[in-house]
Design a protein around this ligand. Structure first.
Ligand SMILES: Nc1ncnc2c1ncn2[C@@H]1O[C@H](COP(=O)(O)OP(=O)(O)OP(=O)(O)O)[C@@H](O)[C@H]1O
Ligand SMILES: [Mg+2]
Length: 351
């Protein structure tokens, strides 16, 4: 924890050294008794009223981290602190209180919203459960929240399939806001939407954050979306966070070769930037999480890997400009004027 500087009073929600192993399925293609290590020693903290973007390719363990933090899944190891109190082993009433404070919005409102319930019931249900509102007081609160997410009281009578995709995602957000949570986990919440609708929903989240002081974990495989909404960014690869820090620093001066590769694939708004950032092509696929490598998880695909990378797992070290990175280049790699050589220069030299 010391390396990433996560101290309790600054953070609403902390995950510390989180590990999640799933029992492997014995079948045609998997070895009997093998485990999938979906999350492998993740430490992160959500700062009050801010957004942490969690980014990484499919299967890197982002959703699993979100579900562990919300206690929707039990962790194999590690601890979770909400407002400085450990909730890792909470059950029943304590867990219900913790769950009220942390809500989730999923990618696909088709499957996360029961199609047989009207919007008013969908939004009202968690309010009745957590806040015990009934009758007119409940109806008024539902109408208020629908307006807050850009819908109207008229939508309360509709079924989910009588709404557009964007409206359905607004209902999912309204449902999450009902219990008045402190923390919202948005898991690929805009990934299934058209670009124009994506930006409407992102703007809604930004506005709600400002009005309600919400703390948000924004999970997405898409760095071009994450960078627009996040104050801080954590980059995941094969169950581990390989780099984290203030969004601006991570995007402008990535310290991990994997972050640099992700960024090089993002279309730039400014053509000048596009010219200066060459696309870094990654070879091969990530290793299987059921057989995690001994050294750096990225070593087998890293364009600038050297001696220690496939043998020793790198520790997180502080990066100039904020945050931390787990990369041997920072501690044992080539140095230019007393600083680690920037990734972009190195990967160009390796072409
Ligand atoms: N219930 C489960 N049982 C077994 N393995 C699982 C389970 N849930 C996730 N996994 C495995 O854990 C790893 C991480 O999955 P996770 O869904 O967290 O990734 P992700 O980063 O959210 O991916 P995506 O971008 O595709 O949503 C994957 O290898 C996945 O197959
Ligand atoms: Mg996911």
């Amino acid at each position: 924890m010391a390396a990433s500087g996560v101290t309790e009073d600054e953070y609403v929600l902390i995950g510390r050294d989180l590990v999640k192993e799933f029992a492997g399925r014995s079948g045609l293609f998997s070895r009997r008794g093998s485990h999938v290590r979906a999350v492998d020693g993740v430490t992160l903290g959500l700062k009050k009223g801010r957004t942490l973007g969690l980014v990484g390719e499919s299967g890197s363990g982002k959703s699993t981290v979100g579900r562990l933090l919300l206690r929707l899944l039990d962790s194999t190891d590690g601890e979770i602190l909400l407002h400085g109190e450990e909730i890792t082993k909470d059950r029943h009433g304590d867990l219900r209180r913790a769950r009220r404070e942390m809500q989730m919005v999923f990618q696909d409102p088709y499957s996360s919203l029961n199609p047989t319930m009207r919007v008013g019931e969908l939004v009202g249900e968690p309010i009745a459960y957590h806040r015990k509102l009934r009758g007119q007081a409940l109806d008024d609160e539902v109408a208020r929240i629908l307006v807050a997410v850009g819908l109207s009281g008229e939508h309360a009578r509709r079924f989910p399939d009588e709404l557009s995709g964007g409206q359905r995602q607004r209902v999912a957000i309204a449902r999450a806001l009902g219990p008045s949570p402190d923390v919202l986990v948005c898991d690929e919440a805009v990934s299934a939407l058209d670009i124009s609708i994506q930006s409407q929903i992102l703007n809604l989240l930004l506005r709600l954050q400002e009005e309600l002081g919400l703390t948000i974990l924004f999970v997405s495989h898409d760095l071009s979306v994450v960078r627009h909404v996040s104050h801080d960014i954590a980059v995941m690869y094969l169950g581990q966070i390989v780099e984290q820090g203030p969004a601006e620093r991570v995007v402008d001066e990535p310290a991990h070769p994997y972050t640099a590769a992700l960024l090089s694939a993002v279309p730039e708004a400014k053509p000048a930037d596009q010219r200066s950032r060459e696309k870094i092509l990654l070879r091969g696929d990530p290793p299987s999480p059921s057989e995690p490598p001994q050294g750096c998880p990225f070593a087998s695909r890293c364009p600038v890997a050297f001696e220690p990378c496939d043998k020793i797992r790198p520790e997180h070290t502080a990066v100039e400009g904020g945050g931390t990175v787990a990369c041997h280049l920072q501690t044992a790699g080539p140095v230019l004027a007393g600083r680690p050589v920037p990734i972009e220069l190195l990967s160009r030299a390796h072409k």
